[in-house]
Design a protein around this ligand. Structure first.
Ligand code: HEC
Ligand code: HEC
Length: 284
């Protein structure tokens, strides 16, 4: 009897751990971690890093986030993982560059962030050294991030507007804390801070220097004439209402992240996008 109780208790524990890991796999897809942390072009191992990210400040190479204790994050504690993902601070206390969108992930709940950690820790460890960034001074000076953070980093959880319906609140959380649409669709100033007065209103040279469209519900310059169903089908397979196909970094976002989300979550994102204030901003 005692042995029976013990094994069934262990069974439940293992089941719960598996549920957390499965949830983490889903949230990792939503967060788009794979696309940045995998050198897809050179057939790199998933999550082992090395993908170049071209920015106006130079080229950043993403680190290895597999559980290898030497070259990856295998030895990290939960606290260290939360500090990195939600506060942009490394285990040795240095500041990360905002090419790592911790500025969005700060809005994630601890529970969701730790589910992501549990998923990453379930992967096979890969020994692959991180590659140094190719960024010139002064932008390469990590300590300068101290000032950048004062100007542009606001930590804290996602708080939906009081009037938001459940789907709009869920969509807002997905957009702001996980799928980080604003990292590309909101324009940046010359120091790389996002301009909140033009939230999701498009950028002439966002993402990796591409033209990023206005996705506020403005009729003339945004997605005012897209229905929620149009948005959902676009996020599933990249097909636009005019039957054009999506290109560039948005295609990667759809392939590796949005197309993995449930119909309910895509509908929530669409409802949220239709609920935000329209901004008239023509991207030339
Ligand atoms: C837009 C690209 C991008 C996305 C998306 C992204 N990262 Fe990163 N990540 C980076 C870059 C670049 C760095 C290195 C920053 C630096 O050196 O200051 C980094 C650093 C990290 C680190 C620190 C690793 C170390 O060795 O210090 C962790 C942990 C991490 N990312 C986890 C994640 C997780 C989990 C996700 C998904 C929720 C994610 N990242 C999504 C670009 C990205
Ligand atoms: C890595 C940068 C990046 C991220 C992150 C990103 N986008 Fe995009 N998005 C783009 C680019 C670039 C285009 C233009 C694609 C093209 O020209 O085919 C685009 C196009 C679009 C379009 C088509 C709009 C139009 O008028 O043609 C929609 C809708 C869209 N994105 C929604 C989203 C949503 C919703 C999110 C977050 C869930 C998101 N994007 C995240 C870069 C990004």
């Amino acid at each position: 009897m005692g042995a029976f109780l013990l094994t069934s208790a262990l069974g439940i524990g293992a089941l719960q751990a598996q549920e957390v890991t499965d949830k983490g796999a889903y949230l990792t897809a939503a967060g788009g971690c794979y696309g940045c942390h995998t050198d897809i072009k050179n057939k790199g191992v998933p999550f082992a890093g090395g993908r170049p990210l071209e920015t106006p400040f130079g080229v950043f190479y993403t680190p290895n986030i597999t559980p290898d204790p030497e070259t990856g994050i295998g030895s990290w504690t939960d606290e260290e993982f939360l500090a990195a993902l939600k506060d942009g601070v490394s285990p040795s206390g240095h500041y990360y560059f905002p090419a790592f969108p911790y500025t969005s992930y700060t809005k994630m709940t601890d529970e969701d962030a730790l589910a992501i950690k549990s998923y990453l820790m379930s992967l096979a460890p890969v020994a692959q050294e991180n590659r140094a960034h190719d960024v010139s001074a002064p932008f390469s000076w990590r300590w300068l991030q101290w000032g950048w953070r004062l100007l542009f980093f606001k930590d804290g959880p996602y708080v939906p507007p009081v009037t938001a319906s459940d789907p709009v609140a869920r969509g807002g959380y997905l957009v702001e804390a996980l799928t980080h649409c604003g990292e590309c669709h909101t324009p940046r100033n010359f120091l790389g801070g996002t301009d909140s007065s033009l939230y999701l209103a498009g950028a002439a040279a966002g993402g990796e220097g591409e033209k990023v469209p206005n996705i506020t519900p403005d009729d003339a310059t945004g997605i005012g004439d897209w229905s929620e169903a149009d948005l959902v089908s676009f996020m599933k397979d990249g097909m636009m209402p005019d039957f054009d196909n999506v290109q560039g970094s948005m295609e990667e976002v759809i392939d590796h992240s949005l197309s993995k989300l449930t119909e309910d979550d895509l509908a929530a994102i669409a409802a949220y996008l239709k609920s935000i204030p329209p901004i008239n901003n023509k991207i030339q």
